[in-house]
Design a binder for this molecule. Sequence first.
Ligand code: GDP
Ligand code: IMO
Ligand code: MG
Length: 458
Amino acid sequence: MAQQAEAQTVTAPDVLDRLDLGAGHCAVGGLQWGDEGKGKIVDLLAQRHDMIVRYNGGANAGHTVEVGDQRYALHLIPSGILYPDKTNVIGNGVVIDPAVLIKEIKGLRDRGVAVDKNLRISNRAHVVFPYHHVQDALFESALSAGRGDNKKIGTTGRGIGPCYADKALRSTAVRVGELLDDCHLGEKLRHIVPLKNVMLGSLAQEYGQTFEPFNVNTLYQQYREYAQALRPLVCDTSELIYQATQQGKRVLFEGANATLLDVDHGTYPYVTSSSCSSLGLHTGAGVPAQQVGSLLGVAKAYSTRVGGGPMPTELDDEIGQRIREVGREYGTTTGRPRRCGWLDLVAVRYSARLNGTTGIALMILDVLAGLDRLKVCVGYKHAGKKLDGFPAEAGVLAAVEPVYEEIAGFAQQIDECREYDELPAQARAYVELIERHTGVPVRIIGVGPRRDQIIVRS
Ligand code: GDP
Ligand code: IMO
Ligand code: MG
């Protein structure tokens, strides 16, 4: 329990009291292409909440929480798990790979973090199976095979898209509640597995890959075991959140992935398959809209993206490389190098508008220290004309020319700053430029990966 105790005691100073979260619940979500530092913010704000709820995505997410010298990478478990007195909920909108979840629970327990009834899982969430992983990989192969132009989405390979597709298809989906019912599970798998074997077998043949057909019995036995392990944690989580709300408890919603990866509003088709913005929390957690009072948008001080798709401010040069190395910009889930670029305020403004963002948490500002000049994209031009808004077509976004505003950089390291006034004037100018272009106040500034490396503005 030693590390859990440390996780509890090493907290940010009482600066959180400055953050007026207003009435109602609070939502935290990413305003870019993911990896903005949501895990850190959720961990931080969890101190002021009773329940932390994940409402979308699956094991494609990688949320890092650093406390003291301990680094935790969370994939399915909400980032409030380090506090034993908080209830952490995996909502109905999440797709759960039980193998990953059970491993994650064990990994945390091995490090002294209590994971028991403080984790609850929705009986309406959907279950990821190994055939979803194979389908994910084969569909990616289909997008690149034999073509000069690689149209791969660049997924995390975690079976996310195929599982959400089955959810929409209904007849080939399994929900957590069904997993717990042996008869139902067996019946479902006897229907689904032959279909998957036919489809995946022919695809594999087409793309010259080996494919070992799935065996109904093996999968059934394996998933029955998973069901036994998870059974005590499963419940109707929408009801649980409702009861907590009735008792005056405060709920924090954790968005996984990010707004520009949202299946409806992101840079489609280079997106993930869930509703990642705050708009998705109502359906993904089963909570009505009026209960959420504050919406905190998490944005990195620059842009990153993993996988395919347009990214107007991408830097294929020394500055991009420098940001990647200083910012340790390698995927938390897949280890892939992240594409890096200047901050894109057209994109952030669009995301903030969609989410109804009431305050921005501007993360990882420390990584920009030492750059002579900082460029920020404040507009797009397409075919020589200024574009209004954020384009819906990936092809248009890929062709836009960013319009930059350039300001002086800051030379000093800022990782020891804890007050806004301690930041160099140029860093403050950068923050204020963001506020000017988005119309949203920057309430929190991240100056390092640890929980305590934060500035909260009154
Ligand atoms: P998430 O997916 O949004 O939770 O973000 P990730 O955990 O995938 O990636 C964010 C990375 O930045 C992690 O390695 C964090 O430890 C780190 N991080 C978070 N906030 C800060 C910050 O303010 N400064 C620095 N240098 N790193 C940060
Ligand atoms: P967190 O929560 C960064 C990206 C993948 C790929 C696309 C689709 O850590 O911010 P998928 O496997 O979901 O079908 O992949 O979405 N992607 C993420 N990128 N952070 C994430 O999560 C991501 N989740 C999905 O790289 O481009
Ligand atoms: Mg991440």
